[in-house]
Design a protein around this ligand. Structure first.
Ligand SMILES: NC(=O)c1ccc[n+]([C@@H]2O[C@H](COP(=O)([O-])OP(=O)(O)OC[C@H]3O[C@@H](n4cnc5c(N)ncnc54)[C@H](O)[C@@H]3O)[C@@H](O)[C@H]2O)c1
Length: 297
C-alpha cells in the first residue's frame, strides 16, 4: 500500500483545516478503512469471514471516517447497509458507495439532517424498506466544536450538540427496535472523552457520557428480549471531524499512548465484533478502542 494514511510512532498529524462537517476527500493523508496495522509500521488487508452474512444495517454518519469503514467492513462480512449523512457530504457518500460496491456489497444512501425527529423516523423506514428489515443499528454520527471555557460556550452550541449527538440516538433506537428481532444489535459510538472529561469539548463530552448511560439503560430493557446494546469509546481517530473542529495546537497533540491516532479501520473492527455472534454474551458494555489509555468503566 502507499504510505498515505500511515502514522508511525511519534508521527504528528499534519495540521490542516476544513469547514464543518468536513470531507474525507480533502483529508491528507487519506484515512485507512479496510486495512489494519501489523505493528511494524505496515498494514495488511482486513480478513473477512462471513461474520455478518445476511445482516441488514443502518449506519448513521456512514459517508466518512469511522462510519465509512464500518460500511465497508460490514459489506466484506456479508451485510447490506443504508447509510445516513448530511447533504453537504454527498461526495463522500458516493465514494463510500463505490468502495462498498467494489467489495461486492449492497448499500443505499440517504442524506438527511438527523436533528429532526421526523427525519430519524424516515431513515429507519427507508432502511427497513430498502434492506427488507433491520438487524443492526449503528448510531455513529456526531458534532463537536472546541471551546476552552464554559463562559465562551454559547447556549446555541450546547443545544445543537445535544440535538445532534444524543436525541437522535433515542429517536433512531425507538423507531428501529419494533423492526428488530432476537439476535439484533444496537451499537452506539461514544468517545474516550466521556471517561477522561475532556475540558475543551464540554458539550460533546457531556453527550458522550449520556450515550454511555443510554447504552446501559437500553441494554437493561432489551437484553432479556435477545437484543444487545453496546457502545464503543474511540480515542483519537484520523477522520474529517478532526481538521473540521480542532485548533492547530490540538491537532498537533492528537495522539494516543501508542504514539499515533487510530485509523477508522481499527475502530470499525469493534463494530463488526459487536454486531455479530462473536460478542453474543456482551451487552450494556463500552469497548475502549482508544490506543491504550486505561480508563475505568
Ligand atoms: N475521530 C475521532 O477522533 C473520534 C474519537 C472518538 C469518537 N468519535 C466518534 O466517532 C463518530 C464518527 O465520527 P468520525 O470521527 O468518523 O467523523 P466524520 O466527520 O467522518 O463523521 C461524522 C458524521 O456525522 C454525520 N452527521 C453530523 N451531524 C449530522 C446530522 N445532523 N445529521 C446527519 N448526520 C450528521 C456527518 O454526516 C458525518 O459523516 C462520532 O460519533 C464521533 O464522536 C470520533
Amino acid at each position: 500500500m502507499s504510505s498515505k494514511g500511515q502514522f508511525g510512532k511519534g508521527h504528528e498529524v499534519p495540521v490542516q483545516h476544513q469547514k464543518v462537517p468536513g470531507l474525507e476527500s480533502k483529508l491528507d493523508p487519506a484515512p485507512i478503512y479496510d486495512q489494519l496495522p501489523t505493528g511494524d509500521g505496515k498494514y495488511q488487508p482486513y480478513k473477512a469471514a462471513g461474520k455478518l452474512s445476511g445482516k441488514r444495517a443502518l449506519i448513521t454518519g456512514g459517508d466518512s471516517g469511522i462510519g465509512r469503514s464500518i460500511a465497508i467492513l460490514y459489506a466484506m462480512e456479508g451485510a447490506s447497509s443504508l447509510i445516513a449523512y448530511l447533504p453537504e457530504e454527498e461526495e463522500d457518500a458516493q465514494e463510500t458507495k463505490r468502495l462498498v460496491e467494489a467489495k461486492g456489497g449492497k448499500i443505499w444512501l440517504k442524506s438527511t439532517d438527523l436533528k429532526e425527529r421526523g427525519n430519524c423516523k424516515d431513515v429507519v423506514e427507508a432502511a427497513v424498506e430498502k434492506l427488507g428489515g433491520l438487524d443492526v443499528l449503528v448510531n455513529n454520527h456526531a458534532y463537536q466544536m472546541m471551546v476552552e471555557d464554559i463562559k465562551d460556550l454559547d447556549e446555541e452550541q450546547w443545544l445543537h450538540t445535544f440535538n445532534t449527538n444524543i436525541h437522535p440516538f433515542f429517536y433512531l433506537s425507538k423507531y428501529a427496535l419494533p423492526h428488530m428481532t432476537p439476535g439484533s444489535a444496537i451499537i452506539n459510538n461514544a468517545s474516550i472523552n466521556a471517561y477522561i472529561g475532556r475540558p475543551d469539548l464540554l458539550d460533546y463530552t457531556s453527550t458522550k457520557g449520556a450515550i454511555v448511560a443510554f447504552t446501559r439503560g437500553l441494554s437493561n430493557q432489551y437484553v432479556g428480549k435477545g437484543i444487545r446494546v453496546n457502545a464503543v469509546a474511540p480515542g483519537p481517530v484520523w477522520t474529517p471531524l478532526i481538521p473540521a473542529t480542532m485548533t492547530e495546537e490540538k491537532q498537533r497533540q492528537f495522539t494516543s499512548p501508542m504514539g499515533r491516532p487510530s485509523q477508522p479501520s481499527e475502530i470499525a473492527t469493534v463494530f463488526v465484533f459487536l454486531a455479530g455472534p462473536d460478542s453474543s454474551s456482551i451487552s450494556g458494555q463500552t469497548i475502549h478502542a482508544n490506543g491504550g489509555t486505561v480508563v475505568n468503566g
